[in-house]
Design a protein around this ligand. Structure first.
Ligand code: ARG
Length: 363
């Protein structure tokens, strides 16, 4: 977990800092004092306070805006909030997660969304989602150590199997179930309704054999293992999504050696001599893999941004932030795309990586 300015603050101090800045941004500074009085009464009486709908919405948007590793932050104001603070039963959690997928996927026209479950507070337990994303593919290790599927999910997959999850397929792209947990209770496992998961089969604009590779990826990345912190309140379950940048799928998920590791196979299919590093077979395979991803998502009508566009949008974000008198903090190593780095503008810029709240943190 990052050390933050705010997490060193007491709850009343963190609340004050958040209310002052959020209300100023919303143009309702005149209401801040009375709201802070109310909050301190609530904290004295109950040990915590409850965000209004407006605070929750703007706080979550600020948390996105402050996410130093995200290149897509130009759109922070469009984040849609699904308020699930009332969810108490496992059925209600399940329903809220289903609703998130349906709302966010929106037939391919992806809506950046966050579902916010109740926060941890004195006398009231908060749930946690154990999946790192709501949609991920299982990874199975066989006796000889080979992995079918996504190696990054091998441990989680094993945990699911130990919990009694049976999956007949053992394919490269088995959808993992959801697992969530209330403090002091056994984790709960639920199959994701496959009808709610949009997937994109990968084709290539001119390599006809590509389709036979049988590759695909899911449409929406929904991060589910981070805690949202707003004004000192910790929302331990707050799954959120944007849309993909092509390289996340084409370079990293499918290309990384410790993920699907597809570059050798693709290079071979392309007829490249993989014994000769100087012909740049990895680079050529990467270009075709990324071309396939961008082409396929576009053909399927699923929102996705390219890394060149995303870089331009980020520079635009910096400018709009600057006009508002705010500094843009960023984690350079995460902002710079994993391919053709120096051909994007962000590569040539420098960033401070100061962590500001509201924000998202790893647990
Ligand atoms: N890189 C992660 C993945 O490929 C997703 C991270 C969030 N990405 C996003 N575009 N919002 O699954």
């Amino acid at each position: 977990m990052h050390i933050t300015e705010t997490s060193r603050l007491s709850l009343p101090e963190a609340a004050k800092e958040f209310i002052k800045s959020a209300y100023a941004e919303l143009g309702i500074s005149d209401q801040a004092e009375s709201r802070l009085d109310e909050i301190s009464r609530q904290i004295s009486a109950t040990g915590t306070y409850v965000h209004t709908r407006t605070e929750l919405e703007h706080g979550a948007r600020m948390a996105w805006r402050n996410s130093n590793r995200c290149i897509g932050r130009l759109y922070w104001k469009t984040l849609k909030i699904l308020d699930a603070r009332e969810a108490e039963t496992d059925q209600e959690i399940f329903d809220a997660l289903c609703r998130h997928l349906e709302f966010a996927t929106n037939g391919g026209e992806i809506r950046s969304s966050i579902t916010i479950f109740r926060p941890a507070s004195p006398g009231s337990a908060a749930p946690r989602i154990l999946n790192d994303q709501l949609i991920r593919y299982a990874g199975y290790r066989d006796e000889s150590g080979n992995i079918t599927g996504d190696p990054s999910q091998e441990q989680f997959t094993r945990m699911c199997v130990e919990m009694g999850w049976t999956n007949p397929e053992k394919s490269r792209f088995d959808l993992l179930p959801w697992v969530w947990q209330w403090p002091g209770r056994e984790p709960v496992l639920a199959e994701v309704p496959s009808g709610l998961v949009m997937e994109v089969p990968l084709v290539h604009p001119f390599l006809e054999w590509w389709e036979e590779l049988g590759l695909k990826w899911h449409a929406v990345p929904v991060i589910s293992n981070m805690t949202l912190e707003i004004g000192g309140i910790l929302y331990t379950a707050a799954p959120f999504n944007g849309w993909y940048m092509g390289t996340e799928v084409g370079s990293r998920n499918l290309g990384d050696v410790n993920r699907y590791n597809l570059l050798p196979l693709i290079a071979e299919k392309m007829g490249l001599d993989t014994a000769d590093p100087a012909i740049l077979w990895k680079d050529r395979a990467l270009v075709e893999l990324n071309t396939s991803v961008l082409h396929s998502y576009s053909r399927a009508g699923v929102s996705m941004t390219g890394h060149h566009e995303a870089s331009e949008q980020f520079v635009h974000f910096e400018q709009t932030e600057c006009k508002k008198g705010r500094a843009t903090n960023a984690d350079w190593a995460w902002i710079v795309p994993p391919m053709s780095a120096s051909a994007t503008e962000v590569f040539h810029r420098e960033y401070q990586n100061r962590v500001v709240c509201p924000n998202f943190f790893y647990r």
